[in-house]
Ligand binder design. Structure first.
Ligand code: T3D
Length: 253
């Protein structure tokens, strides 16, 4: 259902359910727990989220509730827990889109810091096709990534975008050959994991907060966060390495 593997200080979470990695309450709990473990483990300094088989994730498993409508607010709390855990994780996250990402499956990818897509991947908002409103953060991230007009088009018409189309729209960072996807995602995650991960976390926080701040408030927050980054061992090491003309050895502290 959810495979967890470690590659040095990178945690790889791979959705693994029959056919299209559709999401159930059980998968969402497993994801939330794995993300909580990643948060607590200082040995984990970056995370890759991917899917096994033909899909990244088709979103909600439409067979989970059958004809019976779930208690949506209660059910969406399970999604929101995962989305918040991903977005607020103080370590960089990379979604490796191996195949279709639809509905809340796409939302999970949008909640990651980077998206790499296999040439075989496809992306679709999917919600409107089944008469639902986008959830799991899609209304927050999609317009920020592609602009309001495009986001509305993708939500109302729900086209199935190829990886290349998604790249042109800025929805994914890179498109790679299917057989190279995991290697590329791990390469990026390893690069990030060797970086000043404490400063990365603070930079993520500043960008997220900037959406609801005035310029004056954003400037003030930057100063507070810089105060924190400036106290870090990584900052000392970065400056020392620069002056000594050698690559820095960051530890995330
Ligand atoms: O409802 C709530 O609880 C609120 C929360 C909502 C969150 C959401 O995510 S709502 C959106 C749910 N997702 C969708 O509506 C996506 C539906 N699926 C698709 O659009 C396509 O299947 C894909 C784009 C994901 C993949 O297309 P393709 O052509 O590769 O595969 P396919 O042939 O359409 O599907 C393969 C099988 O997977 C098929 O089963 P079968 O006919 O071989 O027995 C299909 O029914 C099944 N499948 C696909 N998506 C889902 C699914 N089964 C259950 N749940 C799915 N979401």
């Amino acid at each position: 259902m959810l495979e967890k593997t470690r590659s040095e200080n990178v945690l790889v979470l791979a959705l693994n359910r029959p056919e299209v990695n559709a999401l159930t309450s059980e998968v969402l709990s497993a994801l939330a727990e794995a993300l909580e473990e990643a948060r607590k483990d200082p040995g984990v300094r970056a995370l890759v989220l991917t899917g096994k088989g033909r899909a990244f994730s088709a979103g909600q498993d439409l067979k989970e509730f059958g004809d019976q409508a779930p208690d949506y607010e209660a059910h969406l709390r399970k999604y929101n827990r995962v989305v918040e855990a991903l977005v607020y994780l103080d370590k960089p996250t990379v979604a490796a889109l191996n195949g279709a990402a639809a509905g809340a499956g796409l939302s999970l990818a949008l909640a990651c810091d980077f998206r790499l897509a296999s040439e075989e991947a496809s992306l679709t908002t999917a919600f409107s096709r089944i008469g639902l409103v986008p959830d799991s953060g899609m209304t927050f991230f999609l317009p920020r990534l592609v602009g309001y007009a495009k986001a509305l088009e993708l939500i109302l018409l729900s086209p199935r975008l190829s990886a290349r189309e998604a790249l042109e729209l800025g929805l994914v960072h890179r498109v790679v050959a299917p057989e190279r996807l995991l290697e590329e995602a791990l390469g990026l995650a390893h690069t990030l994991a060797q970086g000043p991960t404490r400063a990365f976390a603070l930079a993520k926080k500043a960008l997220l907060e900037s959406h609801r701040l005035s310029l004056e408030e954003a400037l003030a927050l930057e100063a507070v966060l810089q105060g924190e980054a400036g106290q870090s061992l990584d900052h000392q090491e970065g400056v020392r390495a620069f002056l000594e003309k050698r690559p820095p050895r960051f530890t995330g502290r």
